[in-house]
Design a protein. Structure first.
Length: 179
């Protein structure tokens, strides 16, 4: 129950534009389909992010640091038993592209939070380490922008030994900071 509440609260948090104040240059949210290894589970994911810093590492590489919130729920069966697994957490991410207007964005992240156990009976600490690729066709325009995302996470669940791979795909909507 706490993980479900956490997922709803996290989703609402990233829908509020006030979160993007301070030094953040943009904020956004996304969602889509998700699949997990270990009994072929399918479901959905939602995520939100706030950019906390951006910088140019080299003349040809634009990078920015994000704070990410993520919630996913997958379900399926294993040896005739129905399994529903929920994961949720918050963590840092690094995004990079050729420049500030390139339509191709890569990224990596580490998300720390909770995951239900394989049998769904209790909640345990979990870490999701992964990467993503986004195609942002209109990144150089002002206002909001949309992107298509493909994401991979390796979710390490403490205690039950049931770590798993999670593949997600979907859309992202970003809102740029108004100057």
């Amino acid at each position: 129950m706490r993980l479900r509440f956490f997922g709803i609260a996290l989703g609402l948090l990233f829908f509020v534009p006030a979160v993007a104040s301070a030094d953040a240059h943009r904020w956004g949210f996304g969602g889509g389909g998700s699949g997990a290894s270990g009994s072929k589970r399918y479901g959905f994911y939602t995520s939100g992010e706030v950019v906390v810093a951006d910088f140019i590492a080299h003349e040809s590489v634009y990078k920015y640091v994000t704070l990410i919130g993520d919630f996913a729920m997958t379900g399926g069966s294993h040896e005739g038993v129905d399994i529903t697994r929920k994961t949720g957490g918050v963590g840092p991410g690094l995004r990079f592209s050729k420049n500030a207007t390139s339509p191709h964005v890569g990224g990596t992240h580490a998300i720390f939070g909770k995951a239900t156990s394989a049998d769904g009976q209790d909640t345990r600490f979990a870490t999701a380490i992964g990467g993503l690729y986004e195609f942002v066709p209109h990144r150089d325009e002002v206002g909001w922008e949309t992107a298509f995302r493909v994401q991979y996470d390796y979710v390490i669940s403490k205690g039950d030994g049931n770590s798993f791979h999670r593949f997600s795909f979907g859309g992202v909507i970003r809102f740029k900071k108004q100057h």
